[in-house]
Write a protein that binds this ligand. Sequence first.
Ligand code: GLU
Length: 466
Amino acid sequence: MSDLRVRFAPSPTGYLHIGGARTALFNYLLAKGQSGKFVLRIEDTDVARSTQESVDAILDAMEWLGLSCDEGPIYQSDRFDLYRQKVQQLLDEGKAYRCYCSAEELDAKRELAKKEGRKPKYDGTCRHRTDSPDAPSVVRFKLPEGREETTFIDRIKGSICFRHEELDDLIIQRTDGTPTYNFVVVIDDAEMGINLVIRGDDHINNTPRQILLYEALGYSVPEFAHVPMILGADKKRLSKRHGATSVMVYQEMGYLPEAMVNYLVRLGWSFGDEEIFSIDDLVEKFSLDNVGRSAGVFNPEKLLWLNSHYIKTGDPQRLSDLLKPFLEKNGIIYKNGPDLIEVVQGLQERSSTLVEMALGAEFYFADQLTYDEKAKKKFLKPEQKDLFLLLLEKLDQCPSFTEESLEKVFGEVMEITELKFGKVAQPLRVALTGGAPSPGIYDVLRVLGRDIALKRISSALEVLGS
Ligand code: GLU
């Protein structure tokens, strides 16, 4: 067991975004691969924006992806006492101070700075105040004096240096007494023993402030690894314009979690030119060394391609379990009738998603087929009457619906009618499926079974030419 401790720290203000899921995955893989610990922390200090619904959505998505944590979920909202103590500690040590500047004053200063072409930042008005007016206040962290820059070595991006002139006295506690993100993230990562922080590179600018807070609070500073953003095809930050960004929407669209995991990991990480990785492969192979420095581009076609791959190669029993909710959603009653696992086996090759598979499965379970109009016109014509009667007879006599005996039936029918294979198979396929795209005709017959097959041919006979 290593002493690696990593964490995923989502703010529950929406669903689990593709980018967040990738961060969670990288953390998970590294912890698993090095027998470290993966901690899940819910960053819900922003009480107004955090909801239980969103916490549940995040937990559901992580469960779906199989990203189980070793510790957590730990809620920041349960830890306000600790944060208050730490604010007091910094105040007592003279490393933080109360600031009474009103929002209006600050706005006015900001406007002035903008007008004068300066970067707006807090001017330190309350830094040296000795009185304590009876007015609302925030608590600010004093940017340490006598230091010009903070540098850290990012495990992905290399050395990063921030000039302190870019920074100002950060608010660590709001007027309502709640602590702010940059402050609590430091306390929690330190108190939870996190020694490697892996997160999106939108947090790089926060890192120098956080390092200064670690130092002020007497904690050791963890390592950082900032993962590049995910962009859309137009190289703009991934958003809804590029397709769904919520992980769970992909579940609803019939994607398999293993396809999603495989897709997410390759958005920023590579291993030679390999594309297909099981989760076990990833646990073994994943390392930060092969995480690229540039942004990953979201490619829905590749995700779909991976999904087809995992459907094609998936265990039919498991796929049939995953398919059930999709069938139910379409009102398909699959409990009586053809064996669902066999149906799935026939559709694996031709379905890219479970939604597609559910559509493909529909004809197997239909009580009454609805014929595709074009197919009906073309293949269910009066002249097919003899063919269907002959098929009824031969299939009825066929000892069992194995591929071999069905081939024999077809041979006989073709000989008697002097029709080519397609001329027998195509009308029969329409009779059996209604004209839906379907697996091979023997497969359809085998899976439907004799009773349903004969019933459907009889029904087709009734509609011939109508
Ligand atoms: N809660 C932050 C977010 O959701 C992440 C903080 C971090 O990873 O340091 O963006």
